[in-house]
Structure formats: C-alpha cells, structure tokens
Design a protein around this ligand. Structure first.
Ligand code: NOJ
Ligand code: NOJ
Ligand code: CA
Ligand code: CA
Length: 705
C-alpha cells in the first residue's frame, strides 16, 4: 500500500513540475552577513554540545564530566563544534548558521549556594575581549570560524553587554564581586565601584522598562552604559569578535539596556563591519508589547520573535490556543514588525521548557518544526530538538546532546525544508496568506513574485478534514509533498487556481512549492536598515537583472557598487537624515517599495538628557524634541520619550538616554504631552555641542512657557 502510493507519486513528479537548475543565488551565499532569511540557525549551548578537547576542561568544583549536575561545566567546546561541522552533521541537516554561547571569558567562581552554580552558559562575563578558556583559545575560535565558512555555515556569537556576573552590594566576597577586566587589565568590581561602572539601584521588579534597565537583572552587576569606559570597552570588545570573522550577533537582555545606547552601539557595529544582529526581549505567553515592536523597528537590531514562539507553543504543544489564533499572530506580527522576515522564529530555547515533553506526542513537535521552517522570519532550532530532547526549566532544558544520529524524523524534516529557504524565495521573503482555516487546520501560502509555497497542517490527532474549495497561486500541475510523505502528506493537483479536494488526515502535514521565473524586480530583504551616508547596504531579492539599473532611497539615487540578479550593493546616498522607502528599477520595471530605511545624520553618540523642575499634571509626561532627525525634527509626534523619572533621577527631574549625531551643535526643548495635548517649554532653545564619540550628559532646568 505504502509503496503503491510512492510509485504513483514519483510517476506524477516531473509531469508539470520541473525543478529549475539551481546555481546559487548571491543573496543566499554564506558570505552574506546582513541577510539570514535564507538560513536556518541552530542554537548551541557550547558547554553541552560536544567535548572535542578534554584537555581544556575545568577542574574541581567547576566541572562534572558526567554532566549529571547541570550547573557545572560539562566539557563541551569549540573543538567539539568543529568536529561536528567537519563530519557534516549540520550540512547534512541543511543548517547554515550556528548560534553559540557567549564566547568571552567568564567568572571562575562557583557560587556557594546549594547548587554550586558555575558560568558554563557564558552569560557571566569577566573580560569581553578574551575567550572563555574552557571553550578554547582564540586559535580554536579562528579554526571554528574557518571550519564553518568552509562548509558555507555562518557563526553567530551570543553577547551580553548588560552585566558582568552575580554580585551582592553588601558582600564583596560574594562570587567574583562582578569584577571585570579589559583584555587582562583589571578595571573594577561591583562593591567599592569608584569607577562608576555599575548601577547600584537594587534588583528590578520588572514593573517598567526603566526599572528593568537601570536596576540589576536578578543579581547581575548591571553596567552603566553612560560611563565612557563601559561604552568604549563594549564597542571595542564587539569589534574584537567582528574582526575575527563572526557573521552575526545575538544580543542578550536588550530589554534591560538603554535603547539610546544600543542604537548608538549598533550604528558603530554597522560602521565597522555590518552583521545581522538580533536581540533577546523576552515575552511571556500572550504578551504583546508595543515597546518590543518599537525596538525591532527603530534600534537597528532584529529581535527573537517571542510572539511567534509563545503562540506556536500554545497551539501545538499546550493546546491552549487554536489555529485561528496562530493565523492571527501571523497577521498581527506582520503589521507590528516593519521587517517581519528579519525576526528570528523559534519554538524553544535555553530559557524555556523544552518543546517536547516526556510522553508528549512527537507529531506536535514535528508540526511545530515544519511551521517554523516554512513561516516568515529567520528560523532557529535549539540543539537536541532533532532528538526530541525533553527538560523543563533551567538547567534541565540544557542537558548534554544525547546523540548525533541522522535518522530521526525531525532531523529529516529539517533536511528537507532548510535548503528550500535558499532555493525558493517564497520561503525566505514571501508574504503569508491564509487559504483554509478552522480550529485544527491551517493552510497558508507564501508568495514572492511568482514563487509560491503552500503548507497544510492538521493538528488534530483525531479528525481529518476534506479540503474543498482550497485556492492557491501555484501554477497548474501536480505537486509532490517536499517532506516525502514523512508526515503523511500527499501529492496535490492544481488547476486554474483550484486545488483538487483532498482529505487532510489527522496529524497530516504537506508542503508543496514552485520556484517561479521571478522575471520582474522584487526586493525581499535590505540589510542593515539604518546607517549614515556612504555606508554599504545590501539589497536582496529576485529579478534585478544582470545590467545595472537604479536604486532609489525616496527620490534620491544611490551609487551602485555591484549589481546581480538577486543582489545589489549600494552606498547610502547623502540624503537629509530621515526615513526613505527603497526601490529598484530597471528597463522601466520598478520593484516593491521596501519601507522606512533610516538615514542617520552621522556617527552617533549616546547623550543623557536631564531636565529639572518639570512638574506635570496627572496623565502628562515629559518628552524631548529638537532640530535633528534623531530628535524628531521639532515634531511633537516624533518627540523622544516618555522620559524617565524614577531610578537615575526622581520626579520632577526627568532623564532619557538618546542616540544623537556626534559633533553637532544641537538645539532642543522639552515638552509636556498628554495625548495630543502638547506644551512646549518657553524661552530660547537649549543648545549643546555633542562629543565627537562616546557618551555625554546635558542637564538643564525646565523653562516655564
Ligand atoms: C537571557 C539569557 O538567555 C539567559 O540565559 C541569561 O541567563 C540571561 N539573559 C542573563 O544573561
Ligand atoms: C520649533 C522651533 O523651531 C523652535 O525653535 C521652537 O522653540 C519650538 N518650535 C517651540 O516653539
Ligand atoms: Ca573540553
Ligand atoms: Ca541594565
């Protein structure tokens, strides 16, 4: 029975559907460090993956070679990752990007509590310019990068500039007292902080962004990013790793660092060597936060897509939401994220319960993996997911990698789907349209130009559905399931936009696709989406043609550096700072407009604006506005804020850290806003000459109107 079905399908393949000969398109190359939409990321907890060099393992209380005590180092290292790169564990799966634990030197202390916690995870830094010796030397790190690049795999480092390590204001002897060094030179520690490197405002209760930014995250010694040495060291430190050839950055705890400083830090990274950077802004189940969207749209960084992750878990894992709400999430995130295909999708990570549960239905995991790999966004897979690893809570969700076999269903689903993100731009860049929907069934179509992918998922384990009236943009023909019927998918027939009705069995998943000719220009991705005049921007898509045409930022023409059918590089034009839609034109054809590229005035500095004696009535808040694009160009609707008044300063003194142009004479005023009601300060504009680099502070009194 099974073989008959197979035989019929293979007879159908090739009738109307022929796979075009694939030469690798430029946008999909592993050298493309600003676009990960054609990649699948694999997240590795370095210590837990593979011990390739036992001689670098820590000793004593730091180490448990059996990995039974998951709070100790287990021995995993960069050599272990190199070994798995070289034996094609990742390439065979179609993985083209690895996200590894923070690589920097961490504290060596064992926290003297019941657990004896260590820094095996890498988030308790001591020296951001040096490698963690238990993961390897710089030479090992360089070999990791080289081994990955040799296989067309990108390397993303985790980086945590919010803090050093756990500290206790009253107990200098606790752990390492949050001590930090700059390339081996001791700078300071948490107590007796004469350098003013850290915040000393207690731990956050997570009640507001301000509280979470300027108080400690748990007991972690929280950096004061407005300190010039902290700022400069973080800029230099990330450049150490950029210069070693990393391809991406996962920025830890971005909700807990000042937005203005991060925007300035990002503009420095893009000026130095642009790589795809995505931040971690944790959202709980059902949580939707406009500040999260604003961060993704304005900071220059993408985000891990927690809305996607939480809803996908609800629908497939926990059965606390249905397919309608899954579709609603796809629609609403498409509206709230300016570049939704640049956010990193996932179903679990090292801070969440593993998706798969003891006794859980493996099909639920398999469906969630297919959904993630075929949806908009850059998909990420947490190590061990391919082996149905379980474990609730930290550190149980960080067990040692149990196996490197390549036979599991999930391994082979990833193997089928991951390469399609490079072959068919509908997966990497396409829009999403709902085609058939009820509580249990979601059929959605991805479309980019004339490239199309259709996905059908039935999450019910009991009920099958007759899919009648299903429409699709797939051209006429028969389509075999690209999952090779692994999840019981069938071949479908499409005629004039109608899919011949078929029975979607309980638990069934099918994926069908067509690579179009993509003859007219379509922009799928622009990276980075912010920069100053002259910097290089990469525009990816299809149908740009081989002869050089025009790229416009609004109506300004950009200088073209290189032009290929799927990739164009340009310099940012010297346009007035502001937001511009990008278009590509050739031979009278013009692409879609890729919205809201931000041209900065110039290099950025992070300035703390402080205003005293700004008394407000209930509902009123203080904002900042001024004569620069970065200060809203005097438009109260673009004013910066609401400013803060509870941690660093107290009402009626307000403060806010803002990324503004370096070395400029700026003019500004504070305003009081209550909804659309705006009160400007009186008197002359405040003036300030910003420093040529780094950070600064300006402190003025409110001028009565
Ligand atoms: C989020 C990380 O993912 C988590 O594992 C870490 O402990 C905290 N940030 C603090 O760095
Ligand atoms: C905009 C003007 O350009 C600025 O100088 C002035 O202070 C504010 N409006 C408030 O009137
Ligand atoms: Ca080791
Ligand atoms: Ca902080």
């Amino acid at each position: 029975m099974f073989s008959l079905k197979r035989a019929v399908q293979s007879a159908l393949v090739g009738v109307a559907f022929s796979i075009p000969v694939m030469t690798q398109a430029a946008d999909t190359a592993s050298t493309n460090t600003v676009n990960f939409s054609t990649d699948v990321i694999y997240q590795i907890v370095t210590d837990r993956f593979n011990d390739g060099n036992p001689s670098n393992n820590p000793t004593g209380n730091l180490f448990d070679g059996s990995c039974n005590n998951l709070r100790k180092y287990c021995g995993g290292d960069w050599q272990g990752i190199i070994d798995k790169i070289n034996d094609n564990y990742f390439s065979d799966m179609g993985i083209s990007a690895l996200w590894i634990s923070p690589p920097v030197e961490n504290m060596n202390a064992v926290i003297n509590d019941a657990d004896g916690s260590t820094s095996y995870h890498g988030y308790w830094a001591r020296d951001f310019k040096r490698p963690n010796p238990y993961f390897g030397t710089f030479a090992d790190f360089d070999r990791l990068i080289a081994a990955a690049h040799a296989k067309g795999i990108k390397v993303i480092i985790d980086f945590a500039p919010n803090h050093t390590s756990p500290a206790n204001e009253d107990v200098p002897s606790f752990a390492e007292n949050g001590a930090w060094s700059d390339d081996g030179v001791f700078l300071g520690a948490y107590t007796n902080d004469v350098g003013d490197f850290f915040h000393h405002n207690g731990g956050t209760d997570f009640s507001t962004i301000e509280d979470g930014t300027y108080r400690n995250l748990f007991d972690l010694a929280d950096f004061n990013h407005q300190n010039p040495i902290v700022d400069n060291t973080m800029q230099e430190a990330i450049e150490v790793w950029l210069d070693r050839g990393i391809d991406g950055i996962r920025a830890d705890a971005v909700k807990h660092m000042p937005f203005g400083w991060q925007k300035k830090w990002m503009s420095g990274i893009y000026d130095h060597r642009p790589v795809f950077t995505f931040g971690e802004w944790f959202l709980g189940v059902g949580e939707i936060d406009p500040a999260n969207h604003e961060f993704a749209n304005e900071s220059g960084m993408s985000l891990l897509d927690f809305e996607f992750a939480q809803r996908t878990r609800q629908v497939f894992r926990d059965n606390t939401a249905d397919m309608n709400s899954l579709h609603n999430m796809i629609v609403s995130t498409n509206n709230s994220y300016q570049e939704v295909s640049d956010q990193v999708t996932f179903i679990d990570n090292h801070d969440m319960d593993r998706f798969h549960q003891n006794g859980g239905n493996p099909r639920a995991l398999e469906q969630a993996v297919v959904f993630t790999l075929t949806s908009r966004g850059v998909p990420g897979i947490y190590y061990g997911t391919e082996h149905y690893v379980t474990g609730n809570g930290d550190p149980n969700n960080r067990a040692r990698m149990p196996s490197f076999s390549r036979t599991s269903t999930v391994y082979n689903l990833i193997k089928s789907l991951a390469p399609l993100r490079k072959q068919n731009p509908a997966f990497a860049y396409g829009s999403t349209q709902e085609r058939w929907l009820n509580d249990s069934v979601y059929v959605y179509e991805r479309k980019f130009g004339d490239s199309v992918a259709l996905v059908a998922i039935n999450r019910s384990t009991l009920t099958g559905y007759n899919l009648t009236g299903l429409l699709s943009s797939l051209p006429n023909g028969n389509y075999s399931d690209v999952l090779n019927n692994r999840l019981n998918g069938e071949s479908i027939n499409v005629s004039n936009g109608n899919v011949t009705p078929f029975f979607l069995a309980p638990g069934e998943v099918g994926v069908w696709h067509h690579v179009g000719s993509n003859a007219s220009p379509n922009i799928g991705h622009v990276g980075p989406m912010v920069g100053k005049a002259g910097e290089v921007v990469t525009i990816d898509g299809r149908g740009f043609g081989s002869a050089t045409g025009q790229v416009r930022f609004g109506n300004q023409t950009a200088n073209v550096i290189s032009w290929e059918d799927s990739q164009i590089k340009v310099n940012i034009p010297s346009a007035t700072a502001g937001k511009y839609d990008i278009t590509v034109s050739r031979n009278g054809l013009t692409s879609n407009a890729y919205d809201d590229f931000e041209v900065l005035t110039g290099d950025q500095v992070s300035i703390r604006f402080i205003v005293n004696n700004a008394f407000t009535t209930f509902g009123e808040n203080v904002f900042l506005v001024g004569n620069q694009h970065e200060l809203g160009n005097w438009d109260p609707n673009q004013a910066i804020g609401a400013m803060f008044n509870s941690v660093i300063t107290s009402y009626p003194t307000w403060y806010f850290d803002v990324s503004v142009p370096a070395g400029e004479n700026i003019e500004f005023k504070f305003i009081k806003k209550n909804g659309s009601n705006v009160i400007f300060e009186g008197g002359a504009n405040h003036t300030f000459t910003t420093p040529t680099s780094g950070v600064g502070t300006v402190n003025v009194n409110w001028q009565q109107p």
